[in-house]
Design a protein around this ligand. Sequence first.
Ligand code: GLA
Length: 673
Amino acid sequence: MPQYPTLSILLNLGAGMTRSPRALKRALTAAATALLASTVVTMIATKPADATATPQPGPVTAPVMGWNSWNRFGCNIDENLIKATADAMVSTGLKASGYTYVNIDDCWMASTRDGQGRLRPDPVRFPGGIAAIADYVHARGLKLGIYSSAGTATCQGLPASLDHETVDAQTWASWGVDLLKYDNCNNQGRPAAQRYKAMGDALKATGRHIVYSICNWGNDAPWEFAPNVGGSLWRTTGDINDSWGSVTSLLDQQAGLETFARKGYYNDPDMLEVGNGGLTQDENVAHFSLWSLLSSPLLLGNDLRSVSATTLGVLRNADVIAVNQDWGGSQGRRVADNGDTEVWAKPMSDGSVATVLFNRGGSATTVSTSTAALGLGGSSSYTTKNLWTGATATTSGTLSASVPAHGVVMFRVTRAGTLAAPPAAGTLQVSDLPWLASSNGWGPAERDRANGEQAAADGPGLSVGGTTFSKGIGVHADAAVHVYLGRNCRTFTAQVGVDGEVGTNGSVRFAVYGDGRLLGFTGVKSGGQAPTRLTVSTGGYLTLELRVTDARNGISYDHADWGSPTLVCGGSGAGTAVSDRTWGTAVNGWGPAERDTSNGEQAAGDGSLITVGGVSYPKGSVSTPPATSPCRSAGRAAGSPPSPASTPRSARRPPAWCSASSPTASRCGPARP
Ligand code: GLA
């Protein structure tokens, strides 16, 4: 296990100590933001694959797995069904496979509240009460979920929780409930973020860890507000039903949401229909594979009391479940869309990539991709494991399989050969480097010119909001350019935006990935806007992916530029994110210093996604410089520790580590003995 120096996160209060708390807070926020803007590169220095344990911001550490009553039973539920389902989860081995939550959906409650204004269970369906069911479920090592709506009534017209948040949260906590699914019916037109925050606060105030599952059907961009109101998962769409058309329609609505999922916070494309009878076996396998790859909650929706061996074989596939539960730095995403065939990929934390080759068409066909397009590349060979047959094979870079109609082939792909030589040291333009692979929505990705039309080299000069660039890459959403870094490049920076050739049309998002991990991404950039500077640390990564996606409104006019896409290479190794390290001391002017979120208010874990200058960073932490920098006074060279993977064991004790671009960003710590 390589060791890294301990860093101290220091916050210099200075004259601010004499200010009022509010003024102090404002000053500190400004200081911290300014610092982040200048040092975020170093604060997010990352080491792939084996980062030290990160404390989790929310109560979930992986997508929730379990069962929910709605898809199969609707309102036809009672306590016997819930108990029998809990028993079946144990006896079928589903519990052993990781399925834990037993979730009661709509229709558990009586049609009126009790004399003290509390929700109460339907006396006919649940005569023994919910607390007794919670005990029953807990006694089997499982957890109990319950349902309400952020409205005056549930979707089935029963009492719901709008303006009753505190009493309802306390009632559920007193019963021993572990998860709340909170729906959106009868919401009285009140703002979603407000309604969902009220319940998030009420759940938190109970002191019980109740996973908060926000069911706002994808309205009001829950991927943006849900993590800030305590949500661990949020529905991205309307309801699923037991048909292939529903599965593919929901899948299509996931493309472009991948940047919003983080470890502990997940997009929810709705519960599973596997085993309910409306899908063929190939369709069941495709549905389960794709939902797993999306890091979706895996909530079974079938009757577990009579589940077939064939269905269990799908639901208990340990290799596929492992893909779902692993956080490798991004949820799965679509990396190629060829009409009836698609390729989806998810990086795994061990450096491998899981991929789904998907055939939506009505007859079997061959689907192909390359290891480079999956975010690998740069190795002389790769091993593949077919996660549904168990078959293994070796490839030098091409992946190809015959995929059944409405079906998938799912692989896990691992580098197994000799790595290519890295780019030379120096300041390099990506448009001058060879590309491992590229894909583009309209003709080829262009070097040093805008996308133009479909012919090669037919675009004008690069121009974003009136700023021109002599060097750069002109693309059209959806686009990807993959470059080999060989763990030898420290930073990547570019100025990004929609190219002037489409005037004020077009809207896209830019994202940068290192070995498939999401490093940074922009908000929506529209035609005519000035460029945004996007800068990330690339130390330790073998490959870089520059991706442009459409802003979920179609790809017309989505001409996008990476202006002056610059790599600084040489003398760099893998770093560890400061937010993943043990902190010697952490002093902060307003609540605790936060890991991988902004400061927020005074409570721990109440910040949100770190966003600076229009660019969001999944990893980071906040500090301000000490008055004098021991890095500076010690005259130490800036840089990251050497890459554990490329360093002999004897040489793995790293030198004291200072930030690469700003030695004052963090106090250096001595190497651990
Ligand atoms: C909504 C939700 C469903 C289900 C029903 C219950 O439609 O989206 O998942 O909970 O309500 O009435």
